[in-house]
Design a protein around this ligand. Structure first.
Ligand code: FE2
Ligand code: FE2
Length: 282
């Protein structure tokens, strides 16, 4: 009964913006950037957001940028695509999520930090930025958005099980009949995301069961953010990285320590970059 109610709530979520999905699909098939920019320009909301960032005091440009084609010169292609994904995702996360003991804006900060961490991870592995990984990291806890009020209602029972040694995500499933990773996977599927993003969201707490290594990367990025205390809910405070998962990607404990320091620094810079005069940044 409760599960049916939860699933009906999923249907009430506003659909993920089509333009962001289209951009993701075009990047996936390596479409020329000019074509991608044309798709973005058709959407007034995204174009306005990109121009707002480009014309913000942070860049201190002497003249006003008035088109996406111009903006790319200053921001770079990858960064511009990142803004599209970020703008599309923000509205889902901003509220407080009391079931997970998260104040307003905290889950969004966690999402952004995780996306930044996934970029760092790619760099450490000597690979280029991957927009699908960035998006999966940003959306990995989307299930919490719907599940939070149910977790709040069952919190006493969930925490009793956690104290008895059960991982939070398993306790969620036992008490509510659903966990936030499974629900997140369902949401991503409903939004027609590519398979690797669905898989990464679904298995971000259990990456050994995943079909692709995206889940392992999101898992590592997630734990790095929680270790730094960035938007870690009551469910993630004791989460650890599985050493086999780490080894599977060819990483060591030393890599993790170094990434933690880099993440703190990069996250602070990212925050200041996106905090505009109106204070509506990350
Ligand atoms: Fe999670
Ligand atoms: Fe998380």
């Amino acid at each position: 009964m409760k599960v049916e109610e939860i699933l009906s709530k999923v249907q009430q979520l506003p659909p993920f913006p089509q333009v962001a999905l289209k951009v993701l699909e075009m990047v996936g098939r390596e479409a020329p950037f000019k074509e991608i920019a044309r798709v973005i320009e058709l959407d007034e909301g995204f174009t306005a957001e990109i121009l707002k960032i480009c014309n913000s005091p942070f860049f201190g440009l002497s003249r006003k940028i008035s088109s996406v084609q111009e903006a790319v010169v200053y921001l770079g292609e990858k960064y511009l695509l990142e803004i599209v994904t970020r703008t599309a995702s923000k509205k889902y996360f901003e509220a407080a999520h009391r079931g997970y003991d998260l104040q307003r804006g905290e889950l969004w900060r966690h999402a952004v930090a995780c996306a930044v961490a996934s970029d760092l991870l790619q760099e450490r592995l000597g690979r280029g930025k991957d927009l699908a990984l960035f998006t999966a990291s940003l959306l990995h806890d989307i299930g919490k958005v719907v599940l939070s009020s149910y977790v709040a209602d069952g919190l006493k029972e969930i925490l009793e099980r956690v104290r008895a040694g059960k991982p939070f995500i398993e306790a969620e499933k036992e008490v509510i009949g659903m966990d936030h990773a499974t629900l997140g996977g369902m949401i991503a599927k409903r939004w027609n995301f590519p398979e690797e993003i669905i898989d990464a969201i679904l298995y971000h707490h259990n990456p050994k069961e995943a079909k692709t290594e995206y889940a392992a990367k999101v898992h590592i990025a997630d734990v790095l953010c929680s270790t730094l205390g960035i938007g870690a809910g009551n469910d993630e405070l004791s989460e650890k990285i599985d050493s086999e998962v780490l080894k599977g990607l060819g990483l060591s404990g030393k890599d993790l320590m170094e990434m933690l320091v880099e993440l703190q620094d990069r996250y602070e810079k990212t925050q200041s970059l996106f905090t505009t005069e109106q204070g509506d940044g990350f």
